[in-house]
Design a protein around this ligand. Structure first.
Ligand SMILES: O=C(O)[C@@H](CO)OP(=O)(O)O
Length: 247
């Protein structure tokens, strides 16, 4: 038995284009991001990878990407589930800050610790900050679970209950599952699937709008470690660009 999982990071967002830390700020796709999402869906269709169900975050850039990609694959009609547990990593007090300016102000080591360390979150974001999500009705039910900042370890901790209770049952029902989410929530899933160490995950970057396909065995172990991008050369180039943001 082999299960099929497709991971898709949203297309380029307005704040990706402006090089701003985004996190839970609900920015839209750019025109380029919309084209990437459509292209991602076309790649799925061309590869005969037709999702039976889609899981997204509660954020516009992932929701719109899923819709555009599925529309292009003629799978716009499949069931959808959304959860805050697939949201981007909450970037704390860095939300809304320019990545290049942050690098210049705090230096390489602190910048990379905040961006890619496993367990060091940025300082928390005040509830009255203009980029806070406190009071956003879509998160009204979160109570004490509402983050004010997160590191990747925190993202894994809040993502896994959803993975186990919602995504795994779909895989085990032999559905082709599309997860349309974010750079860091997808890094959390990849770390979990591939068993990547806390140190090595720092070097993993996920490009926008490029389907990453995992075939999983009956024990939900990847048959190919790291999965397979449908366009590996373009994905490698785009992942390197993500790694270099701020420079
Ligand atoms: O700003 C963010 O929310 C993320 C994804 O765009 O950025 P980074 O790749 O720096 O974690």
């Amino acid at each position: 038995m082999t299960y099929t999982l497709v991971l898709l990071r949203h297309g380029e967002s307005e704040w990706n284009a402006k090089n701003l830390f985004t996190g839970w700020v609900d920015v839209d796709l750019t025109e380029k991001g919309r084209v990437e999402a459509v292209r991602g869906g076309e790649q799925l269709r061309e590869a005969g990878l037709l999702p039976d169900v889609v899981h997204t975050s509660l954020q516009r850039r992932a929701i719109t990407t899923a819709h555009l990609a599925l529309d292009a694959a003629d799978r716009h009609w499949i069931p959808v589930r959304r959860s805050w547990r697939l949201n981007e990593r909450h970037y704390g007090a860095l939300q809304g800050k320019d990545k290049k300016q942050t690098l210049e102000q705090y230096g390489e080591e602190q910048f990379m610790t905040w961006r890619r360390s496993f367990d060091v979150p940025p300082p928390p974001l005040d509830d009255d900050d203009q980029w806070s999500q406190a009071g956003d009705p879509r998160y009204a039910d979160l109570g004490d679970e509402m983050p004010r900042t997160e590191c990747l370890k925190d993202v894994i901790g809040r993502m896994l209950p959803y993975w186990e209770s919602a995504v795994v049952p779909d895989l085990e029902a032999d559905r082709t599952v599309l997860v349309a989410a974010h750079g860091n929530s997808l890094r959390a899933i990849v770390k979990h699937l591939d068993g990547i160490s806390d140190e090595d995950i720092a070097g993993l970057n996920i490009p926008t709008g490029m389907p990453l396909v995992y075939r999983l065995d009956g024990a939900l172990q990847p048959t190919v470690v790291g999965g397979e991008y449908l366009d590996p050369d373009a994905a490698a180039e785009a992942a390197a660009a993500v790694a270099n943001q701020g420079r």
